[in-house]
Ligand binder design. Sequence first.
Ligand SMILES: [Zn+2]
Length: 381
Amino acid sequence: MAAYDLVLKGGHVIDPAQNIDAVIDVAFAGGKISAVGKSLDTSAAKDVRDVSGKLVTPGLIDMHTHVYWGGTSLGIDAEDFCRKSAVTTAVDTGSAGPGNFAGFRKYVIEPSAVRILAYLHISHAGIFGFSNRIMVGESENLALMDPETAVEVAQANRDVIIGIKVRLGRHASGIHGMAPFEHAIQVAEEANMPLMVHIDEPPPSYAEVLSRLRSGDVLTHCFRPFPNSPVGPDGRVRPEVLAARQRGVLFDIGHGMGSFSFKTARAMLEAGFMPDTISSDIHALCINGPAFDQVTTLSKFLCLGVPLKEVIRASTENAARALSRPDLGTLNPGSAGDASILSLDEGAFDYVDVVGEHVTADKKINARGVVLGGRWWHPAA
Ligand SMILES: [Zn+2]
């Protein structure tokens, strides 16, 4: 008789990493996934939840969030967000830099019920000047580039720092073009970590940025609208985008308030170019729209015709691989005891992108529950 801590009964389990798409049970014990299968024995289980009619997926990973609440003006509350989005791992991308990472770790990451992993910014205080009234790019002043401390902080926090972040573009780095990147790539090489690079309007160009990324590095905001869109004026995927994917560069959505357009997404998907990861880039200025949350961002891809299994893969298996965390993003027994409970609702739902295009579609993914470390965390809605 198996003494499970928790069993999710009768849900529709979608685990792309294991190629599972079936109505089966998921059991947890000792904080980990214990078993996945039909009609598991629940006679000795401490907690049994009937999730029939719901989807059960590996704990969703949002590859691009800003959750340094209180320490940065763009930060939102990770636990609130994760409840609403059924996210179990929020990856903070560069909110903190080497000068203020200690506070992020002590006051946000460590007390948090949800898992928070981080890309460390190379700019001294991370994304410090980002609000409705103040907008100062942290890469605009090269005196703020802090590569030596960034290496020290990254090496001292390898349990939670999984990569290095830099933001490039007119809004984030002013006239400096690729100059901040030269600092970031050195830090990434010295610390032996991947890079996540943000791109906004030129300079630099999409092609200049992509030409420097290595296998395993991530380009976020990859489905931007014009300018610096991955789609050329002929409506086709830019050849440098295809070449970068061939080299192993990863493409992340990072929706946010300025970085996702339906027009770009349609052109890319019609050309067969799925992003590797779908993420919200949630922060204080996009949480009330147009990004809202991770389930809304995922739903936009579903409504663009991407099969549900591929949408889930982009927030589980693919994200775990980008993070080099094989214990996440799957319900394989022995993995972290995280799961997301979702519903696939039908109706008439309005979606909006960052340039104001509205799309009405008949499906929406909604969060219905969260399992963290083998325990039910989110009361059913
Ligand atoms: Zn961001």
